[in-house]
Write a protein that binds this ligand. Structure first.
Ligand SMILES: C[S@@+](CC[C@H](N)C(=O)[O-])C[C@H]1O[C@@H](n2cnc3c(N)ncnc32)[C@H](O)[C@@H]1O
Length: 261
């Protein structure tokens, strides 16, 4: 059975890591100025677009993604939240020459830059899109969260993460870029870096068990043929048991870089 719950997983990330997302949006809000025109690159299910439209007064957001499914989901969420008139969607492959995205004060790229075939070229396009003095925000993750640290399943989950990291490297994802150097090389000024070490312990947000389940099932499916059959079965068992566990936690690191054109 396929468990490709990418959209749900992104939405759950926003819910479970709510404090991180809020702190990041507030930081960007302080830097962005009034009525910012924001472009959200690789907007996905809409976590950034919705938060920026909601929390940055007078902002408008252009959400760009290559996936029509993501954009349809984002549009439905925006409309349901009463933000539909502040968010427009643009379907585009950012590995190709970019469409004209209009005057732009803020470019936001959360967990999307590592997907670009050529991050240097994408950053050059971002530089060309931003007005002088405009703000670039890049957020990246080392890996998806660990949920089973300190439990009997800790080693299993760590093996899964290590294999996922190898898989991402083989797929050519840019997980190990020196982003500050890349940002400067594209022409931006001084880079402000902030690292968020997230370590949530019980009592956890209610959506945590489902987030752990979906994440572990996606990992299990992605590692079919790459992990021993017994490990795959153990991952499935751990995933489907999250609802009744009392030993879950959420540990992950996000790093964010801000720079001005
Ligand atoms: C891991 S998701 C991040 C989504 C969202 N920014 C967030 O923080 O939840 C990466 C997104 O980048 C999009 N993406 C990947 N490659 C792309 C490309 N070449 N052009 C446009 N979007 C792309 C994917 O469709 C996906 O929605």
């Amino acid at each position: 059975m396929a468990h490709d719950h990418m959209i749900e997983m992104l939405d759950l990330d926003a819910e479970v890591l709510h404090d991180y997302h809020r702190e990041l949006t507030q930081w960007v809000g302080r830097e962005a100025g009034d009525h910012p025109r924001v472009v959200d690159l690789g907007a996905g299910s809409g976590t950034g677009s919705l938060a920026l439209a909601r929390d940055l007064p007078g902002s408008t957001v252009t959400a760009v993604d290559v996936s029509p499914d993501m954009l349809a989901h984002l549009r439905a969420r925006a409309d349901a939240a009463g933000l539909g008139d502040r968010i427009r969607t643009v379907e585009a492959d950012l590995d190709q020459p970019w469409p004209d995205l209009g005057p732009t004060d803020v470019i936001w790229a959360a967990s999307s830059m590592h997907h670009m075939a050529d991050p240097a070229r994408a950053l050059t396009s971002a530089f060309g899109t931003l007005r002088p003095g405009g703000l670039l925000v890049i957020a990246e993750l080392d890996s998806f969260p660990l949920f089973l640290a300190g439990t009997p399943d800790e080693d299993l989950e760590r093996r899964g993460h290590a294999e996922m990291a190898r898989r991402r490297d083989e797929a050519g994802l840019h997980m190990h870029e020196n982003w500050p150097t890349r940002i400067n090389t594209a022409g931006f000024g001084a880079v402000n870096e902030r690292r968020f070490d997230i370590d949530l312990r019980p009592p956890l947000p209610p959506a945590t068990a489902r987030y752990a389940e979906v994440s572990l099932l996606r990992m299990r499916d992605a590692l079919e043929g790459r992990l021993a059959t017994a490990d795959l079965a153990a991952l499935e068992k751990a995933a489907t048991g999250t609802a009744t566990r009392t030993d879950l936690s959420v540990r992950t690191t996000r790093t964010v870089w801000l720079a001005r054109r």
